[in-house]
Design a protein around this ligand. Sequence first.
Ligand code: GDD
Ligand code: MG
Length: 370
Amino acid sequence: MTGSEVSTPADPATPLPVQAVVLVGGQGTRLRPLTLSTPKPMLPTAGLPFLQHLLSRIRSAGITDVILSTSYKASVFEEYFGDGSKLGLSIQYVTESEPLGTGGGIRNVYDSIKHDTVMVFNGDVLSGCDLGAVLRTHEENDADVTLHLVRVGDPRAYGSVPTDDEGRVTAFIEKTQDPPTDQINAGTYVFDKSIIEQIPADTAVSVERQVFPTLLRNGNRVYGYVDATYWRDMGTPEDFVRGSADLVRGIAPSPALSGHRGESLVHEGAGVAPGALLIGGTVVGRGAEIGARARLDGAVVFDGAVIEAGAVVERSIVGFGARIGPRALIRDGVIADGADIGARCELLRGARVWPGVEIPDGGIRYSTDV
Ligand code: GDD
Ligand code: MG
């Protein structure tokens, strides 16, 4: 890569000579049962598949050549995004017959890569990171690989990535109980294409546990780009609910969302009865129905779901076509597609209801009062 290639400010008319690769092949285990029917990056988030927010950010940075590295439920992505032209992108799809992991998923797209500079994205990250600045840092350091890094309160669920005074990465330790730093891998990397060729082909490889440690051992030039913009991995119900609410309220950036953002977002064809209260970044999907005096605070209600009169839904996800009965309470829960929660039920603290399960009126309580 020569300096001038990526130093140019992003101009939509002149795409950057940079290849985007988005890893979207994971099974989304921590978001089950929602991910039994929908792959994690396609879950509706503020009314759009999550991946659309990420793709619009890639496009806004001036990158147009995108490869989706797919495995789990691969066909869903192509059915929705097609060739990408509606988003101003050119999207290719490369599918693993067996899951190859994060490193294998990068290696597997090698033959389709058009540019020498490759920006790789975890497909579940919501962020305001300046992608052009990451590319410039990569170029200035003459790096082989550059990682976007952020600081978090609890680094144990992430890759811990210490750097030296020059910003050079000194170690990469994935998901340890004893992280050496609160600076973590934010899930966006710049790779020189030649480095990707060195990853073993046709075999399962973890970029975090194998590729990065090997590069460091071999003395490759691996650098960090640290920033403090909005950042969230959407991989757990808690984070998914928070990220969705932050998008609705305008706390999290997304070029895919235009116009006013406020306490709630109600999509077309949804019905909200008088006296219902929608706050905390609640989103109501197409054709959903919210009954009188229902209270939704930070709720994510997918298309066609029904929240009956007087029900309370707090920081929870209600799947496609699910029903929450009158005066039921759902707090920090996940209700899968088509589930039916009877009147006055209480589901709290991480409760997860599987698709189509029916709970009778008053069938589950967490307290003895009422
Ligand atoms: N193609 C393909 N094949 N993609 C995969 C595979 C696979 O076998 N396995 C996982 N992916 C994709 C997922 O779909 C996701 O977009 C991305 O790779 C990362 O997987 P996650 O399962 O979300 O990883 P994580 O959240 O536990 O940890 C990763 O992200 C953190 C930051 O969000 C790691 O990269 C951590 O180091 C990092 O801190
Ligand atoms: Mg993740």
